[in-house]
Design a protein around this ligand. Structure first.
Ligand SMILES: Cc1cc2nc3c(=O)[nH]c(=O)nc-3n(C[C@H](O)[C@H](O)[C@H](O)COP(=O)(O)OP(=O)(O)OC[C@H]3O[C@@H](n4cnc5c(N)ncnc54)[C@H](O)[C@@H]3O)c2cc1C
Length: 424
């Protein structure tokens, strides 16, 4: 958990509140029923979160948020993350869809969508991924063509959490059909209300993250009023880039909730005996614990730093958010697996919750942008930063004994011929 000694009073308060909610308001029966697909969507749970004013924590109180910083929100997300991916996703969806509405929406859109979403009266979902692919987002083929004062939508989205239950979908559609249009000027973000022309199908046998209503969305001549456009026409790229902050930071923060699995394994290894002593006495076991908690703390620190970077509008915020998403979710996967290893065979059964955690957490490395896509972004941003850096830091290249070895510093053909000529 985030350590109280390092937190502000505001952060400590939200941590306590979220922890209490997780402990007292969500029954084990409910979690088991979700995992067994006996519940299709946790609507009452969302209503409960709303009743505790826990949705969209960082949004303006005018629209139902609490105006908290990102640092407080990520702390709450780790606590909610303990409940597993389905319930953390239902918790963060208003934060993700809400970001688009909060930053780009008109007052009318905030009144019609953001407010009721944060009140738990409307369930929201986001529809980016298509059957033809998720990573190549700007290649979206779902079409929204203008016809008078309406858009007419045709196309498909898949893997939409909440598809079967949501009242309103944030859908990215192609609106600019000019083949020469820049990829950032092709797409628009549109709020689509469930109704005629919107079909949903619950079709997946998911490994985990069950009970979240994940499904396919099909639009057939679906008419949506022009007023539901978020931001500018063909300006979806801006909305997308803004939304990717909560999309990824919430995944990073909530995946830290896997700490609960490590705690189960630690308690188990303290009690379980083999060859006459508690297994925690074997370094092969206790060092797995040391490794897991060290990495989890490192991930937590990165998540917190990313949250601060976003709060302060830091230039490198996007890179740190991508790093946090990749590192925290990779770490969560590793920690869940270590917890299982520590527990031996019983960890692989339903007697303990570790097998469910593993089934759930695996998704975190795939959704909200795969970790390979995170790497793509991290390296891209970092190259730009380093190559654009002004000389305000020590030039350590001058510390090298052979710094004047210009003959060895050949990067182009011209360098080669210059060296060749100088050596003649
Ligand atoms: C349970 C579940 C819930 C989901 N919820 C939602 C949701 O609510 N809304 C939504 O819109 N989407 C959702 N998704 C979709 C998810 O975000 C995508 O699955 C993910 O972005 C990857 O897209 P893809 O599955 O099409 O894989 P692809 O894009 O086809 O990628 C396949 C593989 O290729 C790699 N790859 C692709 N391009 C590159 C590249 N340029 N460089 C390196 N590697 C690359 C990927 O990393 C991956 O390993 C959900 C998915 C699941 C399974």
């Amino acid at each position: 958990m985030f350590y109280p000694s390092l937190m502000t009073a505001e952060e400590k308060a939200i941590q306590q509140e979220a922890r209490k909610f997780v402990r007292d308001e969500v029954s084990p029966d409910f979690i088991r029923a979700l995992d067994h697909d006996e519940i299709k969507y946790p609507r009452e749970y969302v209503a409960k979160l709303a009743a505790h004013n826990l949705l969209g924590l960082r949004f303006d109180p005018k629209w139902g948020g609490r105006g908290l910083p990102w640092t407080a929100e990520v702390i709450a997300e780790e606590e909610i993350g303990v409940l597993g991916t389905t319930l953390w996703c239902a918790f963060v969806m208003p934060s993700i869809v809400g970001e688009a509405l909060h930053v780009f929406g008109t007052d009318d859109q905030k009144e019609r969508f953001l407010k009721p979403i944060l009140q738990g009266k409307l369930i929201s979902a986001e529809a980016l991924t298509e059957p033809r692919g998720g990573s190549d987002f700007f290649g979206a083929t779902t079409r929204a063509e203008l016809d008078g004062d309406h858009f007419v939508l045709n196309g498909q989205k898949r893997f939409v959490v909440g598809a079967t239950e949501a009242d309103v979908f944030l859908v990215y559609c192609r609106t600019n059909f000019d083949e020469n249009a820049h990829k950032y000027r092709r797409i628009s973000a549109i709020m689509v209300e469930r109704g005629r022309g919107v079909e949903t199908e619950y079709i997946y046998g998911l490994m985990g993250t069950r009970g979240g209503g994940t499904g396919r969305l099909v639009f057939r001549d679906c008419r949506v009023p022009k007023e539901n456009l978020i931001g500018e026409l063909h300006g979806g790229a801006l909305v997308f880039h803004q939304m990717m902050i909560p999309e990824r930071l919430t995944s990073a923060a909530a995946s830290l909730g896997v700490r609960a699995g490590l705690e189960v394994a630690v308690r188990y290894s303290d009690k379980r005996h083999a060859f006459g002593q508690a297994i925690r006495n074997y370094q092969a076991v206790s060092f797995m614990v040391a490794d897991a908690i060290t990495k989890l703390d490192a991930a937590r620190a990165l998540v917190y730093m990313a949250a601060r970077a976003v709060d302060t509008g830091a230039a490198h915020a996007r890179r740190i958010v991508s790093e946090a998403k990749r590192f925290a979710t990779d770490t969560a996967w590793e920690v869940a697996n270590k917890a299982m290893q520590i527990m031996g065979g019983i960890g692989y059964t339903e007697v303990y919750p570790i097998e469910k955690m593993i089934r759930d957490i695996r998704l975190s490395q795939i959704w909200t942008g795969t970790n390979e896509i995170m790497n793509l972004l991290i390296q891209h941003e970092y190259y730009n930063e380093v190559l654009a850096a002004v000389a305000e830091v020590r030039n350590v290249e001058l510390d090298a004994r052979g710094r004047n070895g210009e003959n060895e510093k050949c990067f182009t053909d011209e360098d080669m011929w210059r060296v060749h000529a100088e050596n003649d």
